[in-house]
Write a protein that binds this ligand. Structure first.
Ligand code: SAM
Length: 229
């Protein structure tokens, strides 16, 4: 199901988010900083952003080594959030920056570009842009190690490619977050790919009660991070 939103609806939604943020109950003792808490508060999906922040803080607290990757960046709102929380880690940003690859009939997310994301991030230390169609843009990263991966590119092929590339390169204890898992979008694409991929794997999926139906798993400790390469 494709959800089309008018400009009026999007504006009303933004106003609602701002109002809701003034009254929302928040976690009393978050592990992340006040600055991240403020970003969570003003985000379009506080449950998702808070859950991601807790997961990323866990990675830091436990000293799990590896870079961060976001597949599906669009205008960089979440990239900024991730980089703000863990500026000391390398952040790889994968996107065409021109919307979905040609030919799949989905014309959303074209109003972006590397320049837009750069100006949103401001601090570009440790940030690497990988512009083009994923997974072609992973060239040269075969021996990289990842501690936190966020997938947000909606489609079945991209989900499968992302799992195939990052799973064997995740550090034990690393977090793999997939947006749109509990989402009917693209024929439940993310859930279908994930269910297929996770067959026979030791990790279990945890679902978030956020708007987009995000899910996450952590790479099992003690497993060989390069297994399956
Ligand atoms: C839902 S948006 C990402 C939103 C972003 N994570 C955020 O929080 O604002 C999906 C993005 O995935 C990108 N995308 C989808 N399939 C891709 C592929 N195979 N390779 C590269 N980028 C892709 C699109 O260009 C689009 O910008």
């Amino acid at each position: 199901m494709r959800i089309r939103a008018s400009k009026g609806f999007i504006l009303a939604q933004r106003v609602y988010h701002r109002l809701r943020a003034m009254f929302l109950y928040e976690m009393w003792f978050p592990t992340y900083s006040d600055k991240i808490q403020a970003m969570v508060r003003w985000s379009p999906d506080p449950v998702r952003y808070a859950s991601m922040a807790l997961a990323l803080e866990r990675v830091r607290i436990e000293g799990i080594p590896g870079a961060i990757a976001e597949v599906g960046v669009y205008r960089g709102d979440t990239s900024r959030f991730l980089h703000e929380q863990a500026p000391e880690r390398k952040l790889y940003l994968f996107d065409t920056f021109t919307g979905f690859p040609d030919g799949n009939g989905d014309h959303r997310f074209r109003d972006t570009g590397v320049g837009i994301v750069k100006s949103k991030l401001r601090d570009l230390n440790n940030v690497e842009f990988r512009a083009g169609i994923f997974p072609e843009t992973t060239a040269g990263l075969e021996h990289e190690e990842f501690s936190f991966v966020l997938f947000d590119a909606d489609k079945y092929e991209a989900t499968m490619a992302c799992l195939n590339f990052f799973y064997p390169r995740m550090s034990p204890g690393g977090c793999f977050v997939l947006h749109d898992f509990n989402s009917a979008e693209s024929g439940w694409a993310v859930a279908r790919a994930m269910r297929e991929f996770m067959q026979g794997k030791p990790e279990s999926v945890i679902e978030f009660p956020d708007i987009g139906g995000t899910a996450m798993f952590r790479k099992i400790r003690g497993s060989d991070p390069k297994a399956g390469l």
